[in-house]
Design a protein around this ligand. Structure first.
Ligand code: SF4
Length: 620
C-alpha cells in the first residue's frame, strides 16, 4: 500500500503489552485516516459496550494520522485524537499539529490506540515496533516544559512527545494533551483520559520510510502551492493568509475586533470599549513588539506558529483563541501581559485555554450581575481581576481548594452548586466551552456550536461570510447565497457542504489553514495530491463521501454514548449592545426552523439520530 502502513498499534495498559492489527486496502479506501479512522477504531474497540465512562479503563483513546503524514507535504502533519470526552457526554475529536502524527507513521503505524488503565504512572516508549512501559517516577506532577526537558534528555531528541500536565493528572474535565514542543489538542478534556490511565507521556520515534505511489506529482503540487502562496501574499498583503504568515493567529485579534467578532466580557460584547488602549492589537505594533520568529510545523510554508517577542521565555506566542478567551473575554482586554501569562500558565498546566477562559468568564459574570454574592460565597472575582485569574488557574489544575476543585469538574457541576440562576451566563454546549467567534455575529457558526458530534468547535465548517458571495460555492454544486447575518435554509445548505469537506480534510489529517476551500489549492489539486500519494484514484465525490461518512459515524457514536445537541442559549437571542456588531442576534424562530431543516438534509430523524438508510448508504 502507498501512503498507508496497514497497521494499527494497540497498547493495552491493563496487561502492559501490545498487539498490531493489520488492515487492508479496502479498509483504508473506506476509512482513509484521521478523524474517520479514529472513529472506526474507537467503535471497534468498544464493541459490545453500551455505556462508556470517560475516565475508566474501558475508554480507549485513538491517535490517528493521515495518508500523507511524514511526507514533504505542507500541512499534512496533523494528528486526530478521539475518545469519550470527560468534558462532554459524548465522544470528542480534537487535533494538533507538530510531528507526533508523522512519528507514528515513521514507527510503522497509521494509528495508535491506548486501552485499559495502568496501576502506576507511566511513560510509553514507542520505538519503531517496540513498546516500553517506563515508570514515570517524579515526572508525574511536573509541568509540560520541565517534563519535556527531562524526557528529551533521557530519551533523545528524535522522540516526538505527547504529554499531559498536572491538570490531566488531576483529571480536570478540560485538560488538554500537549504535543511537544508547542502544539495542543485542547478540546474535549482528552488530557484527563490519559491522566485517568496514568499515562504522563507517549514518546514515539521511528525510522520507516513513507512510500507514495507517485512522489513526483505530490512534490509538484506541493511546490506549486508554495509558489502560489508566496505570490498571493505579496499581491494581497492584508489577506487572511498573509496575516497568518506575518503575524500568526495573533493578527486575527485586530481583524475580529474591527468586525465586532471578538468575544468580550463573557461574549456580552463583540469588541472592547473605545476607552481601552488596544494599540498592541494593531498589526504594525504586533510586528514590532509582540510576534517573534516563525516556528512552523515541518514543511509548512504558511507558518502560522510564532515565538513570543514580548515574552521570549514563553514556550510560544499564544494563539488567537487563547488570547481572546483569557484576554478580552475575562476583562483583560487592555492587559496583554497578564493575559499572556494566563495562556502560558494554562499551557504549562495542561489546561484547555478556551474552556478555562469560559468558566472564569462565567464566574466573573455571575458576580458582576449580582446572582452570586461576595458575602455569601466568601469570595468574588470580577472582569479584569488578573491576579485572581492566575491563582484560579493553578487552583483548577491542582484542584487546590473547594472552588478550584469544583471548577475542575466542569460547568455542569458548577451550575449545580451555585444554582440555576447562574445558567444564563454559561456559554458551554454539552459541557464544552465556546470558542472565540461571536455566535450572534456569525449565526451559521453559532448554529454549528449547538450541534454534535463536536459542539462548540469553530473548525468544522466555513464561517458565515463565504455564503454571501455568489459563485464561491459552485465547486460544491451549490448555487445559493445567504447574508452574513442570516440563518436561513441557504446558510444551512452551505453548512452541510462545508462541514462535509472539512470532515474529509480532517480524515486526511490536513491543516485547514492550507486545505480550507480555495485557500491555496483547487479541489482538483487536492485530489491529485491524495491520489498521487495513495494510488486510490478517488474522485471529488468519493472525497465528499468520506466526509459524510466521517460526520455520520461520529454523530452515531456521539449520540450512542450520551451526547446531545444543545438547547438555544438565551443570550444568542439578545442583541449585541454596542460596537461594530451592534444589534446582531439569532432569531429563535429561524433557529428552530434551521434545526429542523438541518436534521432533514443530514438524513437524521426528528430527534437528530442518523436514519438507518443514511448509515447504510455510507456502509456504516
Ligand atoms: S498553517 Fe500553522 S498549524 Fe497549519 S501546518 Fe502550518 S504551522 Fe502548522
Amino acid at each position: 500500500m502507498y501512503g498507508f502502513k496497514g497497521k494499527i498499534l494497540v497498547v493495552d495498559l491493563d496487561q502492559k503489552n501490545f498487539n498490531v492489527i493489520e488492515k487492508d486496502e479496502p479498509y483504508f479506501r473506506k476509512y482513509i485516516g484521521g478523524a474517520l479512522l479514529g472513529a472506526a477504531l474507537y467503535e471497534e474497540m468498544i464493541d459490545g459496550l453500551e455505556t462508556v465512562n470517560s475516565l475508566a479503563s474501558e475508554n480507549p483513546i485513538v491517535f490517528a494520522t493521515g495518508p500523507m503524514a511524514g511526507g514533504i507535504v505542507c500541512g499534512a502533519t496533523r494528528v486526530n485524537i478521539l475518545s469519550k470526552a470527560p468534558e462532554s457526554t459524548g465522544i470528542y475529536l480534537s487535533q494538533a499539529g507538530g510531528e507526533f502524527g508523522p512519528a507514528i507513521k515513521r514507527a510503522g503505524f497509521d494509528a495508535l490506540v491506548i486501552t485499559g488503565k495502568s496501576d502506576i504512572p507511566l511513560v510509553l516508549d514507542i520505538n519503531n515496533d517496540r513498546v516500553g512501559f517506563v515508570e514515570a517516577g517524579d515526572l508525574w506532577g511536573m509541568d509540560r516544559v520541565a517534563a519535556r526537558q527531562r524526557l528529551i534528555a533521557d530519551m533523545g531528541k528524535d522522540y516526538c512527545i505527547a504529554s499531559i500536565g498536572p491538570a490531566g493528572e488531576n483529571k480536570v474535565r478540560y485538560a488538554n494533551i500537549m504535543f511537544e514542543p508547542e502544539h495542543y489538542a485542547g478540546r474535549g478534556g482528552l488530557g484527563a483520559v490519559l491522566g485517568a490511565k496514568l499515562v504522563k507521556a507517549v514518546a514515539v520515534r521511528g525510522d520507516q520510510e513513507i512510500m507514495f505511489k507517485d512522489p513526483g506529482t505530490v512534490k509538484k503540487v506541493n511546490r506549486k502551492g508554495g509558489s502560489g502562496f508566496s505570490e498571493s501574499i505579496k499581491k494581497h498583503p492584508r489577506s487572511f493568509l498573509a496575516v497568518l504568515r506575518h503575524l500568526g493567529t495573533y493578527g486575527l485579534l485586530e481583524m475580529n475586533r474591527k468586525t465586532g467578532n471578538l468575544p468580550t466580557r463573557n461574549f456580552n460584547s463583540g469588541c472592547p470599549e473605545d476607552t481601552v488602549d488596544l494599540k498592541r492589537y494593531h498589526h504594525e505594533t504586533a510586528k514590532e513588539e509582540i510576534v517573534g520568529r516563525i516556528t512552523p510545523c515541518k514543511n509548512c510554508f504558511v507558518a502560522c506558529k510564532k515565538s513570543s517577542k514580548i515574552n521570549p521565555d514563553h514556550s510560544s506566542l499564544a494563539e488567537y483563541e487563547s488570547i481572546a478567551m483569557l484576554g478580552p473575554n475575562i476583562g483583560l482586554e487592555g492587559d496583554l501581559e497578564t493575559c499572556l501569562e494566563a495562556c502560558e500558565l494554562c499551557n504549562r498546566m495542561g489546561l484547555d485555554t478556551i474552556s478555562t477562559g469560559n468558566i472564569i468568564a462565567w464566574l466573573m459574570n455571575c458576580f458582576e450581575s449580582g446572582v452570586l454574592d461576595q458575602e455569601k460565597e466568601g469570595y468574588s472575582i470580577r472582569f479584569g481581576d488578573g491576579q485572581k485569574v492566575l491563582e484560579l488557574i493553578k487552583n483548577i489544575a491542582f484542584r487546590e481548594n473547594d472552588l478550584g476543585n469544583l471548577l475542575a469538574d466542569g460547568i455542569d457541576q458548577a451550575v449545580n452548586k451555585f444554582g440555576p440562576q447562574t445558567m444564563p451566563f454559561s456559554r458551554f454546549v454539552n459541557g464544552v466551552g465556546m470558542p472565540a467567534h461571536m455566535p450572534r455575529k456569525k449565526p451559521g457558526i453559532g448554529f454549528s456550536y449547538l450541534h454534535g458530534p463536536n459542539p462548540n468547535d469553530h473548525m468544522k465548517q466555513e464561517h458565515d461570510w463565504i455564503a454571501a458571495y455568489p459563485g464561491s460555492l459552485k465547486a460544491f454544486n451549490l448555487d445559493v447565497t445567504s447574508a452574513p447575518d442570516a440563518l436561513d435554509e441557504a446558510k444551512i445548505d452551505v453548512a452541510k457542504a462545508t462541514q462535509t469537506y472539512y470532515a474529509a480534510m480532517d480524515s486526511l489529517s490536513l491543516c485547514m489553514f492550507i486545505f480550507g476551500p480555495g485557500n491555496i489549492y483547487t479541489f482538483d489539486e487536492v485530489i491529485d495530491m491524495v491520489n498521487a500519494a495513495t494510488g486510490l484514484q478517488l474522485s471529488f465525490e468519493d472525497l465528499m463521501k468520506i466526509g459524510e461518512r466521517t460526520i455520520q459515524l461520529q454523530r452515531k457514536l456521539y449520540l450512542d454514548l450520551g451526547g446531545k445537541d444543545g438547547e438555544f442559549l438565551s443570550f444568542m437571542g439578545e442583541e449585541i449592545p454596542d460596537g461594530p456588531s451592534k444589534g446582531a442576534k439569532i432569531n429563535k424562530t429561524d433557529f428552530d426552523h434551521a434545526r429542523k431543516y438541518y436534521y432533514e438534509i443530514m438524513g437524521w430523524d426528528e430527534k437528530g439520530c442518523p436514519k438507518k438508510e443514511t448509515l447504510e448508504r455510507l456502509g456504516i
